[in-house]
Structure formats: C-alpha cells, structure tokens
Design a binder for this molecule. Structure first.
Ligand code: ZN
Length: 283
C-alpha cells in the first residue's frame, strides 16, 4: 500500500491515481493523514480491494508531507560506515540519536528557504512507526513499521559545529529542513525492504548514491535499540542516517545554493523535488 497526503487529506495511491480514504470508505476511515496509524491494519485491508477505476488523477492537488504532526522525530547520526569515515568519526557501538523538531517537516515538492550559505544535504530512508514499541526485539522490528518514506535531513553546518558539543537538533530543524514523502510505502511492497538504493542530485550532479543494506544499524535493529530507551509511538518518524557524499566533507565544501532544485529519492518509494530559495535578508 502507498498512502499520500493530497490537499491535506489521506489518500491511497492506486495505478497512477489516488483514492480519498474518508470519502471512499463512506466515512469509516479518517480524512486526517496523522490519524491513519490508529486504523492502519483496517486501512490496509480496505485498500487491498481498491481498483484503478476508483482512483482519480493527481493533477493540481498539493502533495503534503505524509506525516505532519508526529509526536517524535528521531534521527540517527553516523549510521553508514562510509559516511562516518568521511565525517572523521568512528562507527558507534550504539546508534547516536538526536531529534529533528517536527515544525521542520515539509512536503516533497515544497520550496525550502536557505537561512545561510552552509546548508548541506543528507538523503535518508525514513521509517514511519505504525504501533507503540517498548523494548522491541530486532526480530520483531519490522512489525512495528507502518512504512517507509524518503526524507532529507537538511543541516546547517556552521550551527552544527558552533559549540563544544554538536548542536545537531537546532542545526537540522529550521523551517523546511525536513522534506518527506511523496508517499508512505508499506514494507510488503518492496522485494527487499532491507536493501533499497537511495540518493540525491542537483541537475546532472549526483551528490549521493548509496544502499540501505549498508546501514550500520538496519531498520529492525533501530526499532529495537531506540525502543530500549524510549517508547516509540504510532506516526513517529526515524530518519535512519545518510550515506557518503555530504557537501561538508568535500574539499572545498559544497553547500546548497538558491536557485538549485534538490532531488532526493529512494528506490520503490519515489522522489522529493525541493527548489531552494534565498532568505530575503540573506546574501
Ligand atoms: Zn542525517
């Protein structure tokens, strides 16, 4: 199943079109995308019977972030060996976790304002939690996952490295610094949800191109390790980390520029296309 937020409403994507869940279910299922997880199993059963004839074209509808009011947004640092190496970090023994504040979330095609000239890209596979997890085991890890989506963990590197302790959460939570989408795809929709190619580019310039099979802590392991400390709640997001190729690791560094469009993708899910714009006061 693939679900998306169209004009603020929960939709299931079927054969190139979309079905409005609340309308088509005669009001039995919610219109609010953030309430989908309370009804996730019922939604999946119901969606399994939808046919392309029931779908309407997507044209002109605004595609919003598939989750817009998560209670928690976790992000994992240094979770690909080659990215840890380019950042000069050892591979950690336990996931290194920070938060992205939920107000940074934005839609897959929304413009993002660059607050400075040191904003960097980090394409990431993002986990959407489907049910409450406390001390889950890795063996059961996937059963807590509603689905996967594409995310960008946009990062202001001057702020990030401005203090003796890494200032990660603030550096990664400016408005628009968390584009996600374009859909949530359930794990059963992939041949192998543990091995997905992901990357990002600007025009012809490939910035990152990796595989989620290279994650140090894979999705089920992250569910287990995070839920050993915190309770994971339906609708929570986990940004799982970025592969090699960030701009800050280049010599000279290469950061995002106004006028560019950042395209980020994960195999089997789709792509984000975020135009980058200058803050009026910046230059
Ligand atoms: Zn990241």
């Amino acid at each position: 199943m693939r679900v998306a937020t169209l004009n603020g409403r929960l939709n299931v994507l079927v054969g190139g079109g979309a079905v409005d869940v609340h309308e088509a279910s005669g009001g039995r299922l919610p219109a609010d995308p953030d309430r989908a997880f309370e009804h996730w199993d019922r939604l999946r059963d119901w969606a399994a019977d939808l046919t392309p004839e029931q779908a309407t074209p997507l044209n002109g509808q605004r595609v919003g972030p598939p989750v817009s009011r998560p209670r928690q947004v976790f992000a994992v640092g240094a979770n690909y060996r080659d990215h840890a190496a380019e950042a000069g970090l050892d591979v950690p023994d336990d996931p290194v976790v920070f938060g992205k504040f939920a107000s940074c979330l934005t839609g897959p095609y929304d413009p993002v304002t660059l607050p400075s000239q040191a904003v960097d890209w980090e394409v990431e596979l993002v986990v959407v939690v489907g049910r409450r997890a406390e001390r889950a085991t890795a063996e059961d890890g996937w059963s807590y996952v509603a689905g996967l989506t594409v995310g960008q963990d946009l990062s202001e590197r001057t702020v990030q490295f401005s203090s003796p302790v890494l200032q990660l959460s603030l550096a990664k939570s400016s408005p628009g610094f968390g584009p996600i989408g374009p859909a949530i795809v359930t794990p059963d929709d992939f041949d192998d949800p543990d091995d997905l190619r992901l990357g990002c580019s600007i025009g012809d310039e490939v910035l990152q191109d990796g595989r989620s099979s290279d994650l140090v802590f894979a999705v089920p392991e992250l569910v287990a390790r995070l839920s050993a400390y915190c309770t994971l709640l339906p609708g929570d997001l986990i940004f799982t980390g970025t592969p090699t190729g960030v701009g800050a690791a280049r010599r000279p560094p290469r950061f995002l520029r106004p006028g560019e469009t950042l395209v980020s993708w994960v195999e089997g899910i789709g792509e984000l296309r975020n135009p980058l714009i200058a803050r009026e006061s910046a230059s």
